[in-house]
Design a protein around this ligand. Structure first.
Ligand SMILES: C[S@@+](CC[C@H](N)C(=O)[O-])C[C@H]1O[C@@H](n2cnc3c(N)ncnc32)[C@H](O)[C@@H]1O
Length: 248
């Protein structure tokens, strides 16, 4: 039987069986979509767009390439990519949430498509690079998603996964947990009055805390045919996973 690697176990505080996870996540993002960029600015003090653009440059995104941004959300990674490529049509954004895509449309003129990472609506060998920003915790199975990523990339194409990882040190972990579970949900509730936005912050931390280890993510990339698999870590908790689809 094919191997299965969910990014985290069932989180019973939010949904009771694995089959309910996707509808829970869908409602969560649809409900919080119009507050997502505001929450993001509270989270990273406005450094998020620059960080995403620099990560794309580090991974090798250059003019003339075609990028698929999976889990594009409100388009924060895609916007960084458009700045680098200088061509809005060079970036295709895909996301299952209609609410998030509506927000993305206010800032992006290129193609935006409804779809999931684990079943991408694109032909094989289509893109030079594929990015996924802070969303690998939301696909049901990393094996299926990464095999899809390899399918749609051209030979020699690269995948870039940005993720927040649980810090190794107990003190940093406690600080992050307090920030994500208490401070940010309270600030979110006060500044937006939105329950889904507050819930999104709590869920965000729980998925980070229960996420499979970085070594597992690296192993799933290798098992699904990627080479040159690497993880770079910034500030102890920002992970950039880079991997290459082999040339034929
Ligand atoms: C935290 S947001 C990340 C948005 C954006 N990439 C960024 O860097 O800000 C997570 C996104 O993952 C999307 N998502 C949820 N399940 C997904 C799936 N199975 N495949 C692809 N995207 C998914 C959500 O709709 C949401 O827009």
């Amino acid at each position: 039987m094919a191997e299965s690697t969910p990014p985290h176990p069932v989180l019973e505080a939010y949904y009771s069986v694995a089959a309910d996870r996707q509808s829970f996540v869908g409602e969560l993002f649809d409900g919080a979509a119009r507050h997502y960029n505001h929450i993001g600015r509270m989270l990273d003090l406005g450094s998020g767009p620059m960080y995403r653009r620099q990560a794309l440059q580090r991974a090798g995104l250059r003019r003339g390439m075609r990028l698929l941004d999976v889990a594009t959300g409100t388009g924060l990674v895609a916007r960084g990519a458009v700045e680098i490529l200088g061509d809005p049509r060079g970036v295709v954004g895909v996301d299952p949430s209609g609410g998030m895509l509506r927000e993305a449309r206010t800032a992006l003129s290129g193609p935006l498509v409804r779809g999931r990472g684990e079943a991408l609506p694109f032909r094989e060998d289509t893109f030079d690079m594929l990015s996924m920003g802070f969303a690998l915790r939301h696909v049901p199975d990393l094996e299926i998603a990464f095999s899809e990523y390899r399918r749609v990339l051209k030979p020699g194409g690269r995948v870039l996964l940005l993720e927040v990882s649980r810090p190794a040190s107990r003190v940093s972990r406690w600080l992050m947990q307090t920030h994500f579970q208490r401070v940010l949900p309270m600030l979110t509730r006060l500044s937006t009055g939105s329950e889904p936005a507050e819930l999104l912050m709590k869920y965000y931390w729980d998925t980070i805390d229960r996420c499979v280890a970085p070594e597992t993510i690296l192993g799933v990339l290798r098992r699904n045919g990627f080479v040159g698999v690497e993880r770079r870590v910034f500030f102890g908790f920002l992970s950039e996973y880079v991997a290459v689809k082999p040339d034929r």
